[in-house]
Design a protein around this ligand. Structure first.
Ligand SMILES: [Fe+2]
Ligand SMILES: [Fe+2]
Length: 171
């Protein structure tokens, strides 16, 4: 199973895994309401990795998580999975701002999942399951915030694949 998962991650990283027409339609229908929301669109003002905006990164993570769910047949709750993926970095500030690096435990990597979770509750009233997806996406960095559902585990994994890809390669 672990070998299969690694192979799938590698194939996803190399963009060899494609969604069917039906899957693509379903994915687009589910993420479109968020992409049409001006609150979500504010993520376009901030850079995630390389030259990729936080919004583009979040859409990449959502797509990657959706593909993982389809290919592994995990039957995740799609609303939880995609809302969590789209909003997992909904922290709404420029993390490159040096003033934010006050001490190591206040560094962006440790603190932004909680900032994103609070913003997602404030702006979208997301449920507890979705909050868990957002708050645990940086595990194992945030050691105590463990991905405790399959939706959380997929977003956590998809985030890492996308961050690697965005940092070292062009999409
Ligand atoms: Fe993040
Ligand atoms: Fe992320």
């Amino acid at each position: 199973m672990q070998v299969l998962l690694l192979r799938l991650c590698k194939a996803l990283y190399n963009k060899k895994v494609k969604l069917s027409k039906e899957e693509s339609k379903d994915f687009e229908a589910r993420v479109r309401p968020y992409l049409n929301d001006p609150k979500v669109f504010r993520m376009n003002d901030f850079v995630a990795h390389g030259k990729i905006s936080v919004l583009a990164h979040s859409v990449n993570v959502a797509s990657m998580a959706y593909k993982l769910d389809q290919k592994l047949k995990l039957h995740c709750d799609k609303d939880t999975l995609l809302t969590g993926a789209i909003l997992h970095d909904y922290y709404l500030y420029d993390w490159h701002d040096a003033r934010l690096f006050i001490n190591i435990f206040k560094m962006h990597g440790f603190t932004h999942p909680e900032a994103a979770r609070k913003n997602a509750v404030r702006d979208f009233g997301v449920d507890e399951k979705t909050q868990k997806v957002i708050s645990s996406h940086m595990w194992p960095l945030t050691l105590r915030s463990f991905p405790s559902s399959k939706e959380a585990a997929l977003v956590c994994l998809a985030d890492k694949i996308c961050a690697l890809k965005e940092t070292f390669q062009r999409w």
